[in-house]
Design a protein. Structure first.
Length: 179
């Protein structure tokens, strides 16, 4: 692990660090017939940031290993939700969706538009009026659908943990369908 700068900070310095590390890789391969890989953290300006930089470098190294390459130079990148989800096996993601969405995934229920209603409701931060407006239906229709969703799931949609799980399951479902 080598401390270096991310591409955000100074691309000139970063490219020279990367070039130097690639030269090291070539020499190690030529001299020792072995491969070596590097994880690069963001630059740290204070001594107490070294521990965090080390963690970033290890994280970058682990991310590089996931690519399957035997030799790489990987920089640290904070992961967004989509990247994190791609690191989880598809079977586990599907199982989470099925468990969380339960009966909402059944074909007989999907015709009622409950999943779409739930998705818009969660997207609008649980605002019933805004959900109704976006779906072009009466507010009472949304209330009825939400009650039906709660009944099918056996969960309260006002519970933050429940809505977090549902949002995540819907996001996973979308990610799986688009990949």
């Amino acid at each position: 692990m080598i401390e270096g700068e991310s591409t955000d900070t100074d691309s000139g310095s970063f490219s020279s660090v990367q070039l130097a590390l690639e030269l090291v890789q070539e020499h190690v391969l030529r001299q020792f017939k072995r491969t070596v890989s590097f994880g690069i953290s963001n630059i740290c300006y204070e001594f107490w940031e070294v521990l965090e930089a080390h963690g970033e470098a290890v994280n970058a190294l682990n991310s590089g290993r996931l690519s399957g390459s035997r030799q790489f130079v990987q920089t640290y990148q904070a992961k967004d939700l989509s990247k994190l989800l791609r690191m989880i096996p598809s079977e586990d993601l599907i199982e989470f969706c099925e468990y969380t969405l339960q009966k909402l995934s059944e074909p007989s229920v999907s015709e009622l538009g409950l999943v779409q209603t739930l998705a818009v409701y969660l997207e609008t931060h649980c605002q019933i009026s805004e959900t109704a407006k976006r779906l072009y239906v009466h507010r009472n229709t949304i209330i009825y659908r939400l009650e039906k969703i709660e009944e099918l799931l056996g969960k309260n949609l006002k519970d933050p943990d429940t809505t977090l799980h549902l949002r995540l399951a819907l996001r996973i479902q979308h990610t799986l369908q688009t990949s």
